[in-house]
Ligand binder design. Sequence first.
Ligand SMILES: [Cu+2]
Length: 212
Amino acid sequence: MKLLYLTPLLLLVFAPQAFADYSEVTIVPAAGSGAPECEETADGCYIPSTVTVDVGGVVIMSNTDTAAHTFTSGTAADGPSGKFDTGLVMAGNSFEWSPDTVGEYPYFCMVHPWMEGLIVVKGESNGGDQPDEQDYPTDDNTNNDNSEIEKLRNEISQLKSENTNLKADNRKLSNQNNQFQNTIQDLQQQVTDLNAILMEQVKVIYEWITSR
Ligand SMILES: [Cu+2]
């Protein structure tokens, strides 16, 4: 039954991973895209030519090509849209853009206008891909939790038996204490008796002395 209560917590913990697919994407220019014809290929001039990322995710624009390129939002036909612009990215350098608005953002290269790509930004709460079954806790996770609970149960029963032992010890000590107290009372009684006898003798001796 307790597992049923744990399940919503587990979902909360694991839910963010459900969106991990789109939290970070990397775009690179196709090798040799400084010259036209990449636009004729299936891969396009930016690879991948269409990427999907969540709002708040990160798009890494990495220039792995030998030529300098830009990643500029907008289209070659209409010009820059102003959403993002890497400026000229030299070979080996990169640029990060974190989208904060859902939408489709075409982009192009200012130097090589045949280079065009598309970034699709999705919201996490609506429009985002539904998390896959695999993104929820798997049987393995559940088993881990079960073994965790089993461990705790064992610890609890160990502590309980320890507690029982301690209680038994406590009772023994308490009995011993009672016995000691009885012994003390007996001894005190004996002392009192001896005192009485002593006083009686003192009286007898005193009477004997004064009678002489
Ligand atoms: Cu370019």
